[in-house]
Design a protein around this ligand. Structure first.
Ligand code: CP3
Length: 341
């Protein structure tokens, strides 16, 4: 299927583009009343994610309503632990929660390496339905969590400010940690390959908790596993978003991927200097800019674009859009990217 709008793919590959493509992390979700309506028709997030027709519907909503240049499949990074044998729940207003967690070798023995297309067949089905419905209008992005970020949830059992249990395990049980990280990595490669086979045009790896590690732990327990995933995927362009890993930008620039995501704390020129010219950079508007006036949103967006000017760039926020953001302000951001000259 030929893509009618392939700006995202060309920008990722460093090819010539007429204008900078734009999409938002977490664009399929609570900012849209249309999403909340679909979500209220089922028992909750997990049922929605496991109902391929509905997952496809909310995946496409931002393309229709916000006019972004890409869709991202509606799912969550935590489907991987579940497919490995560690199910999660999504607690209203609190976030993910795992009834059982990983603390010992015997816990790890109970896990399996996920098979992308069987254990995660509902995501694969949602991708196929979405591709058909999109009919080539925009590229579809697939994704997974980075092994360290998934490890953090599997050991901690929920979100946390400090991820103390997960971080303690890296110090106390380094071998066990590597064993679990290996299993997550294998599962993730199977999963991303299955997503690609079903039709996604680009994949993004979210290392949302990269920034809580010290540089040496990031280098030992996160980066090598992200590198392994990048080395295993050849079929589509890859994006790595390591939130908070400002200390690792030089090493991220050496990964076998096309695009590096920047969070909003990262200086654009400094990042470009560290990462080099051979990668596309994605980001990195402060999500809180979207709480401002339309005028201020347009100015901040154009200031950001000025700093990326003439280099490989995909416009996005520096992290997921906050759920209480007014969708009208999101549209102002998208328009500001599109009308920039
Ligand atoms: O980007 C998109 O629009 C696609 C869908 C998507 C979701 N989660 C849906 C979701 C994506 C790409 C994710 C990734 C994800 N999930 C990450 C990495 C990106 C990041 O934000 O750092 C992480 C760390 C998670 C784990 C997760 N899922 C948390 C911590 C939470 C609770 C906090 C929150 O935002 O609600 C979720 C729930 C979740 N994932 C929701 C959605 C739409 C909200 C659930 C609901 O609708 O009730």
């Amino acid at each position: 299927m030929q893509l009618k709008n392939d700006l995202l793919i060309r920008a990722a590959l460093g090819q010539k583009v007429e204008r900078t493509p734009v999409w938002l992390m977490r664009q399929a979700g609570r900012i849209l009343p249309e999403y909340r309506e679909v979500r209220n028709s089922v028992s909750g997030f997990i049922e929605l994610a496991k109902t391929p027709d509905l997952a496809a519907e909310v995946t496409i909503q931002p393309v229709d309503l916000l006019k972004v240049d890409a869709a991202i499949i509606f799912s969550d990074i935590l489907v991987i632990p579940e497919a490995m044998g560690l199910p999660y729940e999504m607690v209203e207003k609190r976030g993910p929660w795992f009834p059982e967690t990983i603390a010992s070798a015997s816990d790890i023995k109970k896990l399996r390496i996920a098979d992308g297309s069987n254990d995660l067949g509902y995501v694969i089905e949602a991708i196929k339905i979405t591709k058909k419905a999109l009919n080539g209008r925009v590229p579809l992005i697939g994704f997974a969590g980075a092994p360290w970020t998934i490890f953090a949830y599997m050991v901690e059992g929920s979100g946390s400010k400090t991820f103390s249990k997960a971080r303690a395990m890296l110090y106390n049980e380094p071998e066990l940690s590597h064993q679990l990280l290996d299993m997550i990595t294998e599962s993730t490669i199977h999963y991303l390959k299955a997503q690609i086979k079903a039709g996604v045009n680009l994949v993004q790896v979210f290392d949302s908790w990269a920034g809580i590690l010290p540089p040496d732990h990031y280098a030992d327990f996160s980066l090598p596993y992200v590198a392994k995933i990048c080395d295993a995927i050849h079929e589509v362009p890859k994006t790595v978003f390591a939130k908070g890993a400002f200390f690792a930008r030089k090493a991220l620039g050496q990964l076998n991927c096309e695009t590096i995501g920047l969070d909003w704390n990262m200086d654009i020129q400094e990042s470009r200097a560290l990462i080099g010219q051979d990668k596309t950079l994605q980001g990195n508007l402060d999500p809180a800019v979207l709480y401002g006036s339309p005028k201020s949103i347009e100015q901040a967006t154009h200031r950001m674009l000025d700093q990326f000017k003439g280099t490989r760039h995909i416009a996005n926020l520096g992290h997921g859009v906050y759920p209480d953001t007014n969708p009208e302000n999101v549209k102002v951001f998208i328009e500001a990217v599109k009308n920039y000259t």
